[in-house]
Design a protein around this ligand. Sequence first.
Ligand code: MHO
Length: 187
Amino acid sequence: MNIEIATSLGTSVATLGGGCFWCLEAAFVQLQGVESVVSGYAGGATENPDYHSICTGRTGHAEVVEVRFDPAVIDYRTLLLAFFAVHDPTTLNRQGNDIGNQYRSVIFTHDAEQERIARELIAELGASDTWPNPIVTAVSPAPTFWRAEDYHQNYYANNPHQGYCQAVVAPKAAKLRKVFAGRLKNN
Ligand code: MHO
């Protein structure tokens, strides 16, 4: 994309679910061009969901992150490549030991262009031998985003020694740094 045009676009938003939102947040905040990452819930049936209710799996919400980014610095496709680098898109309603539809892999698109890019990338990755099993990531229009409770924001930064953070979040954040070494903040 022409840089001048991209700059004039300002900030774009991506809404992505790929398991526990602590993981996605910890990964995405490291990328150049990512201006903010907010953890929340989307795609369910109830208003104002809270963590307790979405954990039952019965509200239908996915844990998601709302990523604001500068498309002149990082484009949507690259953001999705990061998304696919830090979660397994082939396990239905599951990421590792986290099981339930709140952990589903989903791309909530904000316009037709995002949808096109997402579908093309999924087709491309599906045709590669990146994963032995088919990609189950859903692509659907972004519904209402419900911000999660404050204690879920910046969770990894605030709780680096918590057991789950050390076992699950840290390796994902590290994988992002490895795969996107040239695109990290403070680089
Ligand atoms: N199994 C983890 C998931 C956390 S995440 C915010 C836990 O219950 O701590 O879903």
